[in-house]
Ligand binder design. Structure first.
Ligand code: FE2
Length: 403
């Protein structure tokens, strides 16, 4: 297949991309079609590597019809509603919802996903998603994070489930230090999770400081451990919304340890702005981590959808440009260059967070033919007009085409 006239990652000039046997064979300014070669006219549109959603919960997505509503819209009611529903979780029902969610992602050009899966109560959802991960492998690559939603320090059962999920094939070990009963337990939970990850050579991604409390400071503990153990970029901290409320002097100190550690930060703008600031009157905090300042300090920041139509977030359709757009507004990243370059947050930065190999990701000859073509001469235009994905190519095949 020959894709004609696309602008690769904001390039001013157009290129043609030749795809053979699932790989990008050749990129050039003007390639002639071979005999019997399919030709796709890119019409000067923008070619980007696939979008990466670094943080979602496929076990909860699209469950809102079944769980019943979250009337207050708060995190605490969300946890209460979900905790009730998860007692009667059915494996087939989880798989059916996950497949529908992945279908939405596919149309939005997302080919890499990290999904947390709550293992606190039992492993029903985890088993379901292990099967789904294999089933969809050709179209979407999923990393599964075993997520102890209830915290690990006060429950032997949660620790048992977590370790079992790791043995079953979790890619990532999750945690939630700020939700443990005490600050001391939060620190102990990080120690326990990091030791487990080292023992089994797993990645780590914690729900970290997802609270408006400016005293919630587990990120520094996690980053210090990532530094000391040498795990570095294998470790991610999701949310880190408390950073919104830290004082600048502390942030300055914190950024030093973040830089030293090489840790990744994952912001979830749609859900953060929905769930944070709920205890504020006015002014209300935006409750998102410092994406702009972290990026300026060369700390890798990616983004996640977190929830789609579930007790924690009632909207969403798997569109990472919508997630990004909310983040850019909230973080005052609306300068032309910031907007134009921001595709990197939901592409390359995400790939780095997921520890994808450099040879497996990106539009270059010799790499897998995985990419999207969007309308617009550059990402600024694509983001402004948001006409969506025109073509989604995976392993050299068009898996979605806008009619
Ligand atoms: Fe989450």
């Amino acid at each position: 297949m020959l894709i004609k006239n696309v602008r690769i990652e904001n390039s001013k000039n157009t290129s043609d991309i030749r795809v053979e046997e699932g790989m990008i064979r050749e990129i050039g300014g003007h390639l002639e079609p071979l005999e019997n070669e399919d030709v796709v006219e890119g019409q000067g549109g923008l070619a980007l590597p696939p979008f990466v959603d670094c943080h979602v919960h496929l076990d909860t997505c699209l469950s809102l019809d079944r769980t019943g509503p979250n009337l207050s819209g708060t995190l605490f009611e969300g946890i209460r509603v979900w905790s009730e529903y998860r007692k009667k979780l059915d494996k087939e029902e989880v798989k059916e919802r996950a497949l529908r969610t992945l279908c939405m992602y596919r149309k939005k050009g997302v080919q890499y996903i990290r999904s947390h899966v709550d293992i606190s109560n039992d492993l029903t959802a985890f088993e379901a998603l292990l099967e789904i991960k294999e089933q969809v492998r050709d179209e979407i690559e999923i990393q599964l994070a075993a997520f102890p939603q209830d915290g690990v320090m006060t429950s032997e059962k949660v620790r048992r489930n977590l370790e079992e999920a790791v043995a079953m094939g979790a890619d990532v070990i999750g945690g939630i230090p700020h939700f443990e009963l005490t600050r001391e337990y939060g620190e102990k939970s990080i120690q326990y999770i990091m030791e487990l990850a080292q023992k089994y050579d797993k990645l780590v991604d914690l729900h970290c400081d997802e609270i408006d409390d400016d005293q919630s400071r587990f990120l520094e503990v996690l980053a210090a451990k990532a530094y000391e153990t040498g795990m570095g970029a294998k470790v991610s901290a999701s949310h880190t919304t408390a950073m919104h409320s830290y004082n600048n002097a502390y942030c300055n100190k914190l950024f030093r340890v973040l830089s030293m550690s090489g840790i990744n930060i994952i912001a979830n703008p749609l859900v953060n702005v929905n769930l944070q600031g709920r205890f504020d009157t006015y002014p209300k905090r935006r409750g998102i981590t410092r994406v702009k300042e972290l990026s300026e300090n060369n700390i890798n920041v990616s983004m996640g959808h977190d929830d789609i139509y579930d007790p924690f977030y009632p909207l969403g359709n798997g569109d990472m440009t919508q997630v990004l757009l909310m983040g850019l507004h909230l973080c005052h990243m609306m300068g032309y260059r910031e907007l134009n370059d921001s595709y990197r947050i939901i592409t390359h930065n995400g790939a780095k967070t997921l520890n994808l190999s450099a040879q497996q990701y990106g539009i270059a000859a010799g790499r897998p033919a995985n990419f999207n073509i969007l309308k617009g001469r550059n990402f600024f235009e694509a983001l402004r007009e948001r006409e969506g994905i025109q073509y989604c190519v995976r392993k050299g095949k068009i898996i979605y085409r806008k009619e």
